[in-house]
Write a protein that binds this ligand. Structure first.
Ligand code: FES
Ligand code: FES
Length: 135
């Protein structure tokens, strides 16, 4: 039987960057049809297009909390172009893996990042929660 890695547990018990940035440059929110959970991401970008700060809020499960926490840590210091390349596989890998039946929770991270970047690029309609279908 699959067990959560120490990294997942650690991010779950001590999630990094929980909250919401006031006046963010990027903001996105997604919800999952399969489990009904919601994840919101905000980030701040400096004049060199580097992400200086990222925060999340979620109603998701332990895996979603750990995945979002890991994602916000990964984002800091990256350019938006670099951040755009992050996949849910990268998020899961940074946690030492997720149980197969929980990989979809990391998909929320990838999707919300996509939306927050779209907002940053000037598509403000992108802040509404939108249901996604995870595998
Ligand atoms: Fe809903 Fe993980 S976010 S099951
Ligand atoms: Fe939980 Fe996909 S069902 S995030």
């Amino acid at each position: 039987m699959w067990e959560y890695t120490d990294k997942v547990m650690e991010h779950f018990w001590k999630p990094r960057n929980v909250g919401e940035i006031a006046d963010p440059d990027g903001v996105g929110e997604v919800g999952s049809i399969a489990c009904g959970d919601v994840l919101r991401l905000t980030f701040k970008v400096d004049e060199n297009k580097r992400i200086t700060e990222a925060k999340f809020k979620t109603f998701g499960c332990a895996s979603a909390i750990a995945a979002a926490s890991a994602l916000t840590e990964m984002l800091k210091g990256l350019t938006v172009e670099e951040a755009e390349k992050i996949t849910n596989q990268d998020i899961a890998a940074s946690l030492g893996g997720l149980p197969p039946q929980k990989m979809h929770c990391s998909v929320l991270g990838e999707q919300v990042l996509e939306k927050a970047i779209a907002y940053y690029r000037g598509q403000p309609g992108e802040t509404e929660a939108e249901e996604i279908i995870c595998e």
